[in-house]
Design a protein around this ligand. Structure first.
Ligand code: FES
Ligand SMILES: [Fe+2]
Length: 381
């Protein structure tokens, strides 16, 4: 039967004995991070180019020679599966005169990539291996040329990339041991991709992340039942380095509310990996929300649904699959409600009446998230 995630010997994260909120208090913050093009450029340099971001699902590069591209915040990156099973990643920028040299977004059986402009040839690790009419160039200029390296790693069935290349911190450090242990209990590496939905969103990627750093909006926007709103008051928020965890006990499991509460089994568990990867985990299925910045107030928002695999002719699995389909259909409605709010935020983003945010103590993760970005821009985070 399908894997049932359970807390096991992991620490309790939510329950009557758990301090359920960082002591941050209510705050205010400026609207500037959402609309300032100068800040956006600084974020590209100091945040997006230095942290681990989602490159895609590992199943898209399963076999040697498979490749996929990541496009976001002005960057284009190619991720390739090598003959030994490892991954390579490099910037998709021809070092001759700057054309993207891998034209297709995905493909298989790659041995070489040839730039469509003048025919420079790169191997699948991004190293320059061929130049037509080479004698016309300076050998010195061509020595050791490669498309800039991007660091790449795999964890939880996901491919992670870091534009810092050889200077990237290890992926384990980016994710953090606590998140790897807690989120690891779902065994995402054994799960399969069910669907990916993409939205073009007219607001900053950070406004999308904000929506996952609080649960205040669920009552009004998502019309949840009063029991859910009540259970939300017992939710626990944790800060782990630059990342966050949040656990919302499900109302139907409040009878189990004690110091041994098994959040994997009985709660909705949220993990935000700085700067823009969000895992929304239910015991049966997981959504990965990935707002990829395209511009200061423009975002490509990917919503991935993953489930446990099985044989649909097995009645037990068929029932599980039908349940995940039902739950995912419901969640897509919820995501649609969030998308509708981004349209309302779009209307005000240039308004002189939009100046600052007034945040409750339960919205403290939002304030801290933007504070973390501001510190990193100043070289202090
Ligand atoms: S730009 Fe790629 S070969 Fe000239
Ligand atoms: Fe929402």
């Amino acid at each position: 039967m399908v894997h049932v995630p359970t807390r096991g010997s992991l620490p309790a994260r939510v329950g009557p004995q758990i301090d359920n909120m960082p002591h941050y208090g209510p705050t205010k913050m400026s609207r500037q991070p959402y609309t300032d093009p100068v800040q956006y450029e600084l974020e590209r340099e100091h945040v997006l180019a230095k942290h681990w971001i989602l490159g895609g699902h590992a199943s898209s590069v399963e076999n040697p020679g498979d490749w996929m591209t990541f496009e976001g915040h002005g960057e284009t990156v190619v991720i390739t599966r090598q003959p030994d099973g490892s991954l390579s990643a490099f910037q998709n920028v021809c070092q001759h005169r700057g054309s993207a040299f891998v034209s297709e977004m995905t493909g298989c059986k790659a041995r070489r990539f040839t730039c469509p402009y003048h025919g420079w040839v790169y191997d699948t690790t991004g190293k320059l291996v061929g130049v037509p009419e080479r004698e016309d160039f300076s050998e010195e200029h061509l020595r050791d040329v490669r498309a800039p390296k991007v660091a790449v790693g795999e964890w939880g069935g996901w491919v992670w990339i870091n534009l810092a290349g050889d200077d990237a911190v290890p992926l384990e450090e980016g994710l953090g041991a606590e998140i790897m242990a807690d989120l690891g209990a779902y065994k995402m590496e054994d799960m399969v991709l069910h669907e990916v939905v993409e939205f073009d969103v007219p607001v900053s990627y950070k406004a999308v992340v904000d929506g996952f750093n609080e649960i205040y909006h669920v009552t009004e926007l998502h019309h949840v039942a009063p029991e859910f709103t009540k259970a939300c008051r017992k939710a626990a928020f944790h800060v782990v380095g630059d990342n966050y965890m949040c656990f919302v006990p499900k109302p139907e499991n409040m009878d189990k509310w004690d110091e041994n509460y098994d959040h994997h089994k009985w709660a909705i568990c949220h993990y935000v990996v700085f700067p823009n990867t969000v895992f929304n985990c239910n015991p049966e299925h997981i959504q990965v929300f990935n707002p990829i910045p395209i511009g200061v107030d423009h975002t490509r928002f990917l919503c991935w649904q993953i489930i446990y695999p099985g044989d649909k002719s097995d009645p037990e699995y068929a029932a599980y699959f039908a349940k995940t389909e039902r739950l995912w259909a419901g969640l897509k409605v919820v995501v649609g409600e969030d998308i509708a709010i981004y349209e309302q935020l779009k209307r005000t983003k240039n308004s002189s009446g939009y100046r600052e945010h007034i945040l409750s103590e339960r919205e403290c993760k939002i304030h801290r998230y933007h504070e973390t970005i501001a510190l990193k821009i100043r070289g202090l985070g």
